[in-house]
Design a binder for this molecule. Structure first.
Ligand code: GTP
Ligand code: MG
Length: 293
């Protein structure tokens, strides 16, 4: 009702732009997942089904928002890195946080029965979300190193803790007491000597977390569509696959003149899941575009 005497209240809605020319990281974290994991009897210390469900929700977010170039997940959290120059929703903070957190949550619920078919969802889970802005590549590298180091620290602790309880017969209080003040070398040694577990043989998913990357696959393409010159929006033009069905850019349907096959190298991407190291240089050196404009 334009021009009504009530309309002035609209002026109280102040803009909340994120600083241009900075990197944005959105971190989504499960709310009270200690309870959710107990109620739904998640395996301890890691429930692969629940972690795969998190990966699925994160992939759905990346499929919808092509400006996300990288995501890292562990436990009940996922961090999303946007390309530096993203203009998503005019960089309006609340719009980005709420819309993406909402999409992540609805995907988590929507796909729950696919990953935990024998475990009915007892109540609606929720996630919080926040955006942190970083000025340079250094902080982005350090941010993701921080999250992956956290994954390792938590997983090592949880692995030995639950081994002490489930296999060693200790109470949870005793297990906490045994581990209090121990360094990682001691935990590794205890895992090996008491339980015969070599920490390095534990699945990489648990040790390294999940790394979802908009991988550039143009070097793999021999026959692809003729496309306009790659803009940043084009970069994710093939990223709509579902898990287990990577897109095949080389399979060009025939019929249209615009679909004339060509050998031009275009920046096609697809989302790939890794459980690899992202603290060292190798991961980033192989993918300089992640931290480009
Ligand atoms: P808030 O985030 O502050 O709301 O609390 P939270 O209860 O979600 O705890 P936090 O995010 O710090 O940690 C996540 C919790 O989720 C862990 O402490 C576990 O209790 C639970 N969790 C996450 N992944 C798994 C899993 O694979 N197995 C089990 N058993 N629990 C998990
Ligand atoms: Mg949480």
């Amino acid at each position: 009702m334009a021009g009504s005497r009530y309309q002035y209240v609209k002026k109280f809605e102040l803009p909340d732009p994120i600083l241009p020319g900075t990197f944005m990281v959105l971190r989504i974290d499960g709310h009270a997942f200690h309870r959710l994991s107990e109620v739904h009897k998640f395996a301890k210390p890691n429930d692969e089904r629940a972690l795969q469900l998190m990966d699925h929700a994160a992939r759905d977010v990346m499929n919808e928002y092509k400006d996300i170039v990288l995501a890292f997940g562990e436990s009940d959290e996922y961090s999303f890195l946007f390309r530096k120059s993203t203009a998503l929703y005019n960089r309006r903070q609340a719009k980005i946080v709420t819309t993406l957190t909402s999409l992540f949550t609805s995907s988590y619920v929507f796909n729950w029965s696919r990953y935990l078919p024998d475990t009915p969802l007892e109540y609606p889970p929720s996630f919080d979300g926040r955006i942190v802005v970083y000025p340079s590549q250094k902080e982005i590298r350090d941010y993701f190193s921080w999250r992956q180091a956290d994954t390792h620290i938590n997983n090592l602790y949880n692995t030995i803790f639950w081994a002490l309880v489930q296999q060693g017969g200790e109470t949870t209080t005793q297990a906490h007491a045994i581990l209090r003040g121990t360094v990682s070398g001691t935990k590794n040694e205890m895992l090996h000597s008491r339980f015969g577990i070599n920490y390095n043989t534990i699945p990489a998913r648990y040790r390294k977390g999940s790394v979802l990357v908009q991988e550039r696959v143009c070097s793999l393409c021999s026959w692809i569509f003729e496309l306009p010159p790659a803009s940043s929006d084009d970069l994710a033009s093939t990223a709509g696959e579902t898990p287990g069905t990577p897109q095949q850019p080389e399979q060009a349907p025939s019929g249209s003149s615009k679909q004339k096959a060509s050998k031009k190298a275009h920046a096609l991407t697809r989302i790939e899941l890794h459980h690899c190291d992202i603290i060292g240089d190798e991961f980033w050196d192989q993918r300089p575009y992640l931290l480009a404009e």
